[in-house]
Design a protein around this ligand. Structure first.
Ligand code: TXA
Ligand code: MG
Length: 313
């Protein structure tokens, strides 16, 4: 159900959830200070309670409402990349709800770069907790129609068109003068390093990782197979009776429906989830997907495809 800005403000203020547009993916938003509203987010998404939420704010001045520390390094990253597809994980103030941060000692924050949602944050005066607006482990939504298809006609959606970045924000944890990459996104490690003036600490088992980084994630309902070479993909397409095929760049298959992802990685990211939603809709037995080229610009897309195809041990 579509709602306008004024209706979204009203619903959020009374403790309801509303799906909102951001530049990355649509979020399922609720007042970050209301535990009853936060519980609804977990229930609607069927999200495990140990997976914390990102708080969306309108202004850098709000960081210290949530974080115990906003170090010079964190400030530098915020100034360079906010509003934008960067989430900062910072030490949390002790009062921050344990439902919101799922008992982590940290809190995730971001200023999204989308006019409607910035207006919504400003006009409501709220900070909004918002995970991606999809059922747990399913494909993230990049249009209002994707949200409705997954969460139902009754879910209020503020339509802000299709998301320009198209995959979820890069998540960086900052502790003092150190930073660590927790989730890949279209904002790359190299771009962050240029601003941080130092490399990321390497993830080892003693360091925290995003609790939500389970291997099966972002998955279509149809089975997914990945192929490192075009030849192997075409060979597999020949023997599959009912397949949908995704190629990077141009190309067609004769038997099976062909989908093409642009060969420019930014455009590919923008279209990725919409194409996967559409491929899921053709009711094929299997989705055969050409794996992206190597190179940093493709890492986040490759990460999402690997998770979509994960079959367990
Ligand atoms: O682009 C995005 O980040 C979108 C839009 C709506 O902002 N949101 C999003 O939220 O992708 P979600 O909940 O689907 O993914 C957030 C990730 C999860 O993997 C969660 O575990 C991690 O952020 N996260 C949240 N709080 C954290 C914390 N305190 N420490 C470590 N990871 C955290
Ligand atoms: Mg998500």
């Amino acid at each position: 159900m579509q709602v306008d800005l004024a209706q979204a403000v009203l619903l959020l203020k009374q403790g309801d959830v509303v799906a909102i547009p951001t530049e990355t993916v649509y979020g399922l938003a609720a007042d970050a200070r209301k535990d009853s509203a936060l519980r609804q987010i977990y229930a609607i998404k069927k999200r495990p309670e140990n997976n914390p939420l990102i708080v969306h704010i309108a202004d850098e001045n709000q960081v210290l409402d949530w974080a115990a520390e906003f170090s010079p390094l964190a400030q530098k990253l915020a100034q360079a990349f906010w509003p934008g597809p960067l989430t900062l994980v910072l030490p949390a103030k002790p009062h921050v709800s344990n439902i919101l941060r799922a008992n982590q000692p940290t809190i995730a924050l971001r200023i999204p770069n989308h006019d409607n949602t910035l207006k919504l944050l400003q006009e409501s005066g709220l900070a909004l907790a918002a995970p991606s607006a999809n059922t747990h482990t399913r494909l993230s939504p990049t249009t209002a129609a994707h949200v409705t298809a997954d969460l139902g006609e009754d879910m209020p959606v503020l339509d802000g068109g299709s998301c320009r970045v198209g995959i979820e924000s890069t998540i960086v944890s900052v502790e003092g003068n150190d930073w660590l990459l927790l989730r890949l996104g279209m904002l790359t490690e190299a771009e962050i390093e240029v601003v941080a003036l130092k490399p990321a600490r390497k993830n080892d088992k003693s360091l925290p990782k995003s609790p939500g980084q389970q291997l099966l994630h972002y998955a279509p309902k149809t089975a997914v197979e990945l192929f490192n070479s075009r030849t192997a993909l075409l060979d597999a397409a020949k023997i599959q009776k009912n397949c949908a095929v995704l190629m990077i760049g141009e190309g067609v298959v004769l038997n099976g429906q062909t989908f093409n992802l642009p060969s420019n990685p930014d455009e590919a990211a923008e279209q990725l989830y919409d194409i996967l939603h559409r491929m899921d809709g053709v009711k094929a037995d299997v989705l055969l997907i050409e794996f992206p080229p190597s190179g940093e610009a493709w890492l986040a897309i490759s990460d999402r495809l690997n998770r979509a195809a994960y079959k367990g041990d």
